[in-house]
Every structure is written in C-alpha cells, then in structure tokens.
Ligand binder design. Structure first.
Ligand SMILES: [Zn+2]
Length: 247
C-alpha cells in the first residue's frame, strides 16, 4: 500500500532531481515546516534521552537570555525555537530542524564567560542552520528518505522518523552551509546589538585548540568544519558590514 502511494511521488522527485542536477541549483527542501518541526521534536527527544539538560544554572540562563534576545532580529520563521544547555564535555552545539538548539557544556567551558558577543554569534550561527533549512535540504538530497518524508510523516513509521532524526543529529554541514550560517549568525548578532567580532574571537580559540589537541576531539569542528578561508570570509563580511539577514 505504501508502495502504490509513493510511486507517482518517486517519478515526481526523479524529475525534480534531474532538473536540479541539470540547472546546478542547490537542493531545495522537500520538507514542510510542519515536517521539520516533527523531525526536530524526535531529534530533541533522542538527545535529551542521552544527555542531561541543564535548565537552571547561570549558563542555562545565559544561553536562554542571549537566544531570546536574538529572536526578534532573525528572519522570521514560524517554528518553536528553544535554547538549552547539555551536560556533556564535547565542544559542540546542535541545531535541529524546526527550532531546538543545544549548546554543550564543553563549548561554554572554552568560550570566554564574559564574552556574550561571541556566544551570541555562536547561537546566531546555529539559528542560521535552522533558518537556512540546511538539515532539511541535506535530507531532501538523499532521495529515498525524501520520498518517505514527502508522503507525510504520518505515513512514515515511528522507526523511520527515529532513524531520520538520529541522522539529523549527527549531520556534517557542507562548507557552503557553514558560510551561510556564519552570514546569518553575524547579521542576527549585529542587529540584536552584539559585536560580530565575537565570532572571530571564538574561531581563533577553536583554531588554537585544534592545534593543541587536534580537530578530532572537537565535535563542533567535526560537524561545522573550520578553515582559514572561512575565518577570512567572516572577517570580510564584518569589514563590509554585510549584514543582510534578519531584521
Ligand atoms: Zn555550523
């Protein structure tokens, strides 16, 4: 029965895929906002089953305060954003489709506790992944999974949803998506009154840490690749005050 439902869709997606590959366009997302939210919810459930969520420490309050201050300045999307701290030593941050955003304790430990500007840029960057729909687009580029989602999450079994969500948690973004998230994050931070140079300060710290302990130990670097050209491009965006996203 599922097969009969998906066959015409498969043909439609095949045509779309051919058009995309012919025109060289970036893959568009086949997920609706509602589907992204459902996927994000399942991803959040999986993350919170694995890690303890810190809701009451000054760090948790700081992350919530900064995230909430950024929100009026992001390009508006009708999704339920949330900002949480996870008790885990990894230097990492995760943004799930549809709004859930997690900063790991390990990242807060290496960031300067007085540098709200840097943290605002990091949170802005993660919101940038949500608003740029980077995860949703990557999923859509994996053809088979996009069929499952395109027929509607109610049509997908809980198991399929769980598998997709666990894939979303461990996504590695492309260089292009990282740059897009940087661009968005810098814009949101600047519009909310933070200093965009905070991102450069954070990158410099990461670079130093990478030299010291190696990139393999740094989950954020693994899922958000950093290189010299990325830092230089962020500097150019700041120099040119190229803050074109958000409000
Ligand atoms: Zn990133």
């Amino acid at each position: 029965m599922h097969l009969r439902r998906t066959q015409p869709l498969f043909r439609l997606l095949l045509i779309c895929g051919v058009v995309i590959s012919l025109t060289g366009c970036r893959t568009r997302s086949f997920l609706s906002t509602k589907q992204e939210i459902a996927l994000g919810k399942e991803g959040a459930r999986q993350i919170e089953a694995e890690y303890r969520v810190d809701t009451s420490s000054p760090d948790a309050e700081r992350v919530r305060r900064i995230g909430t201050k950024l929100l009026p300045h992001v390009d508006q999307r009708d999704v339920p954003y949330s900002f949480k701290v996870l008790e885990a030593n990894d230097v990492n941050a995760v943004a799930l489709p549809g709004g859930p955003l997690y900063i790991f304790r390990g990242l807060l430990d290496i960031a300067d506790p007085r540098d709200d500007d840097a943290l605002a840029c990091i949170i802005g960057h993660e919101i940038g992944h949500i608003n740029g729909r980077h995860a949703a687009r990557q999923i859509s580029s994996q053809f088979i999974t996009s069929i499952l989602i395109y027929v509607g999450l109610p049509g997908a079994t809980n198991q399929e949803l769980a598998r997709l969500a666990s894939g979303v948690i461990s996504l590695k973004y492309s260089r292009e998506d990282e740059l897009d998230a940087d661009r968005r994050g810098l814009s949101y931070a600047q519009r909310a009154g933070y200093d965009p140079n905070g991102l450069i300060r954070f990158f410099t710290k990461l670079e130093r840490m990478e030299r010291r302990v190696g990139g393999e130990k740094n989950e954020w670097l693994r899922s958000h690749p950093l290189n010299t050209s990325r830092i230089e491009r962020a500097k150019v965006l700041i120099e040119n005050q190229n803050y074109r996203y958000g409000q």
